[in-house]
Design a protein around this ligand. Structure first.
Ligand code: KG4
Ligand code: ZN
Length: 332
């Protein structure tokens, strides 16, 4: 089945054409980060307006790059939530318009379901597996039993890990979104230089908390503003990243052990982080489990990832109706 997918939950407008929920024919991502960087974070109203402008163009580009016409498309998939309501509404309206106009079924997909299933665009992956969805809006651990079967094991009680990366970057005077910048700086620094807390590591269960690490960095910066400057900045970035990576990796592998799962998927924007990748790959080797990271282009927000769930749902007999609303807050 050829699916046209549209993603607009935050600050990336994306459209993709995916065949059989596996083969990416195109996956166009138009980023708004340059616009939001001027304000140090995503401005919801601006995001919605940008989606409105970019949406139709991105869809056209996706069809063109895939070498197909709308008449070759058999279904439309769209992010139904969670996300910024205005941003979601723009993508949803575009998808509904296309689906109604072309007489196609429309499938609303949960954004996190998209992230978790993204590895299937690159490889086979047997169920069940553990999934860590770690992005600017989420830090959630799930047991994934099959398509549509997600059992929440733990989640952040405050900031998402990506949000903490972005806030710490901002405190250090780095541009938005700062996750990748911290990652790059951390590679040149000493992660043991500053002792930062590892929240929730001693607690039972699989919930996370990142605001304490962020506040500890803020406290250090208030006492020693020079830490935001070279040569100290790399050590601060490395110490912060080390704290986040230690908490994420230890909790995730502990959850896999408790659930007796031998495969772990780590997905979402923060799954691009080189420290997290290295640590988890090393732990996987030590503990004899498999850890799967989507390639970086499929870790960040993109539309192709939505087609995996949409294909599974339609093949499973779902009708694909067109009258649903956006769900800005939506537990998976
Ligand atoms: O999945 P995503 O593109 O959007 C959301 O659904 O939130 O994730 C974006 C988040 C941002 O917070 C960004 O700073 C973070 O992922 N991120 C990173 C890295 N690349 C992106 N965080 C740490 N290290 C990176 N290399
Ligand atoms: Zn995302």
């Amino acid at each position: 089945m050829r699916i046209l997918a549209i993603e607009s939950s935050c600050d990336e407008t994306s459209a993709a054409v995916v065949c059989d929920g596996r083969h990416i024919l195109s996956n166009i991502v138009s980023s708004q980060v340059d616009i939001h960087a001027l304000y140090g974070g995503v401005v919801p109203e601006l995001a919605a307006r940008q989606h409105l402008e970019a949406g139709p163009l991105v869809v056209e580009q996706a069809l063109q790059q895939a070498g197909v016409c709308l008449s070759d498309i058999e279904a439309v998939a769209v992010t139904q939530g969670p996300g910024l309501v205005g941003a979601l509404l723009v993508g949803l309206s575009l998808a509904k318009g296309i689906a109604w106009g072309a007489g196609l079924p429309l499938v609303g997909v949960h954004h996190i379901e998209g992230h978790i299933l993204a590895p299937l665009l690159e490889r086979d992956l047997a169920f069940p597996f553990l999934a860590l969805a770690v992005s600017g809006g989420h830090t959630h651990l799930y047991r994934v039993e099959g398509f549509g079967q997600y059992h929440l094991l733990g989640q952040t009680l405050d900031d998402a890990a990506g949000e903490a990366f972005d806030k710490v970057a901002k405190m250090c005077g780095l541009a938005y979104p700062g996750g990748a910048l911290i990652d790059r700086l951390a590679a040149q620094g000493d992660g043991c230089r500053f002792a930062l807390p590892r929240p929730m590591l001693q607690h039972e269960g699989f919930d996370f908390s990142f605001s304490g690490i962020k506040t500890a960095v803020l406290t250090l910066l208030k006492k020693q503003p020079e830490l935001a400057l070279p040569p100290h900045l790399a050590n601060l970035a490395a110490s912060f990243q080390e704290a986040v990576v230690e908490v994420l990796s230890k909790k995730t592998f502990a959850a896999a052990r408790q659930q007796r799962l031998e495969r772990i998927v780590i997905a979402g924007g923060v799954a691009c982080n080189s420290g997290l990748r290295q640590r988890c790959l090393a732990l996987a080797q030590q503990q004899g489990v498999e850890v799967v990271f989507p390639s970086p282009a499929l870790c960040g927000d993109n539309a192709a990832m939505l087609a995996v769930a949409a294909e599974a749902r339609l093949q499973g007999g779902a009708a694909g109706y067109r009258s649903f609303d956006a769900r800005p807050v939506w537990p998976l």
